[in-house]
Every structure is written in C-alpha cells, then in structure tokens.
Design a protein around this ligand. Structure first.
Ligand code: X2X
Length: 336
C-alpha cells in the first residue's frame, strides 16, 4: 500500500490540502497512511495526534508515515465518512452521532442528559456500552480503536439571546450536526434545527443562516465561534465523543506488529486528549468571557422534562432496542 504524495491529493477536495508534517521527513516510509478530521490544528485532538504520529514513526523506525489532515481539509464529515469506507483515507475520527447515519446504534451515547459526569462517561465507553458500539461499527467494515476520544459536554451558543430554559428553544434556528438523533432532540424542543457539517458552521453563523449552535467549550474556543456568537448557555445537554476509525482492509493489510504499535499510540493519545479537553473546559469560560462572550447557567431540569414529555426517550428506546437501552441505563439510570 505504497501511496505517493500525488495520490494523497486524490482524496482531497482541494489541491491546497497539505498534511501536518512530522520531524522525520517525507517520502521514505513503507506505509504512508492518511488520518483526517474536522477540527482546528489547535484543538487537543490534533496536538495529540501529531505527537502520536511522531511516536509511531519513531517506534516503527520510519516505516509508518501517518499524515494528518485537520480542519476538514479533505471534505466535510459526510465526505470523509465515505472516504474512510472506500479506503481513500485510512483513518478518520467521527462523532458516534454522525456515524449513526451508517451504524444506527452508534448514536446511543449522545442521548440527552444520559451521563451526569466524565467518570460515568468513561466507565460506559471503556466498558460494555462502548464495546457493544464497537462491535456494531465492525459490522460496517470499519475498525474502531478501543479508546473513544473526547469531544465533551455540549452547550448552546446564540447570537440573539441567552437560552435559560427549554421555552427559549421554541422556534430557535439552531445548527445541528448531520445526524437523526440531533435533529430529533431539537425538534422535541420545538426548535428549528438545520443539519450543517462542521466545516460550514462558522459561515452559517456569520451570515445568520442560523442563530445558534451547540458544542463543547474546547470547540467553541478553538474554532473561534465566539467571534460570531454572543451568548453561551451552559446546558450540558449531551456528551459527545469521537471514534478513531480505520478502514478495515487498510488496517488488516498492515503487518500485525505495526498494528500493535499503532493501536498502542492511538489509544494513548486518545487518553491524553481526554485529559486535555477536561482541563480546557475548566478554564475556557473565563477566557471566552474575557473575549466578550456572555455565559449563563441553564435550567437543565426544564430541558429533560421537555424531552420526556415529547416522548423523546421512549421513541429512541424503541429504535435502539431493549438490549442496547439496558446497557445505557446501567450508566444513566432510568431515562424513560
Ligand atoms: O460538528 C460538530 O459540532 C462537532 C465538531 O462537535 C462534531 O464533530 C460532532
């Protein structure tokens, strides 16, 4: 699977796509592999991925060159999901909720207000809920690494008004990622959700196609969404994480010792990224406030209540089925 520099452009939507290079130089590796994601280079995901690629190159004595394409350089999440399925790219990190367009049960970890804290998230995702989802992902010919990377607990931002309670979401024009669960949740709030890939979010907010969006603080800050959003309402309405996915054929073509080294460094980087995101989320409110963002604590109970009354939980329990729902409720407590 020798890939030339030229062939790296085939998958690219733009000839300007350039991988983040690493310290060992280019062109001599036996395996040149592409890892793409949708986040800015300054997000912990890309900082840890860069370290990880260097560590993989070092431990394989230069046999593996893992090239990183951040910031949706190779296309939107929807495009990159097709590319990792076809083998146009070998690796891709994707929210389980967006992955659910291919693997329906992968969105279950994003059910509204399911996890009360990170402790519970990691118990579930490193435990039987996560392994259930990984098995479902495997059926779609993708390999999910053991450790899911953190995106974080999500909060709602707006250019027009603070969101204090569920009533404020009525008719609210909000961008959501491309995923049936996200659309369903904001419809349950009576909002007007618009499915937009992350690469288009900044401009959609800037041109007021939508008035708000929702994301963890680490993304609001690194993607500079505070430049186009005034209010940030701390809703913690769901947790989201990124599965580190590999194209199965490309993964199985690698020698076993290379796979072992790569999996070790990828999972270690994911674990460090989790700690980075948690640390950032603890400090970013102040930094964003200093830049002019106005924060408020939202009334979480009013949102949960609205979801219950709209039949959101019972609808999704029916879709996932009793087995998957029971795995979730082991960590979330009774939701229906
Ligand atoms: O698209 C988003 O909002 C993001 C960056 O959080 C995801 O990848 C789900």
């Amino acid at each position: 699977m020798k890939l030339t520099r030229r062939s790296t452009l085939i998958a690219g939507a733009s000839s300007l796509a350039l991988p983040m290079t690493n310290v060992f130089g280019q062109g001599k590796a036996e395996f040149t592999l592409k890892y793409a994601n949708n986040l800015p280079v300054t997000h912990p995901m890309n900082i840890r991925a860069k370290e990880m690629a260097d560590a993989i190159k070092a431990e394989t004595q230069g046999r593996v060159d893992l090239q990183i394409f951040p910031s949706s350089q190779l296309g939107t999440d929807t495009d990159m999901l097709s590319q990792v399925r076809s083998g146009g790219i070998e690796f891709f990190t994707l929210s389980g909720l967006i992955l659910s367009t291919l693997v329906p049960s992968a969105s279950i970890s994003g059910i509204g207000f399911a996890f009360k804290d990170y402790d519970t998230v990691w118990k579930a995702m490193d435990g039987d809920l996560g392994s259930f989802i990984r098995k479902e992902i495997a059926k779609a010919n993708l390999v999910a690494m053991d450790k899911i990377w953190d995106n974080g607990f999500r909060h709602i931002t707006s250019s027009t008004k603070p969101i204090q309670s569920a009533d404020d979401l009525k008719g609210f024009k909000i961008r959501v990622p491309v995923s049936p669960l996200w659309t369903s949740m904001f419809k349950a709030f009576d909002s007007a959700p618009a499915s937009i890939n992350f690469s288009e979010v900044y401009s959609a907010l800037q041109t007021k196609i939508v008035d708000g969006q929702e994301n963890p603080l680490a993304i609001i800050a690194t993607a500079k969404l505070n430049e186009v959003q005034k209010y940030c309402s701390l809703t913690n309405h769901m947790w989201d994480g990124f599965w580190f996915l590999a194209n199965r054929r490309a993964w199985e073509r690698l020698p076993e010792n290379i796979r072992t080294i790569m999996a070790k460094h990828i999972n270690a980087a994911g674990t460090k990224e989790r700690a980075d995101v948690a640390a950032l989320n603890a400090t970013l409110q102040k930094e964003l406030t200093d830049k002019g963002m106005v924060f408020n604590q939202a009334n979480a109970e009013s949102f949960r209540d609205r979801l219950r009354k709209a039949g959101f939980y019972s609808e999704w329990k029916g879709k996932y089925g009793d087995e998957a729902w029971a795995l979730l409720e082991n960590y979330s407590g009774k939701l229906v």
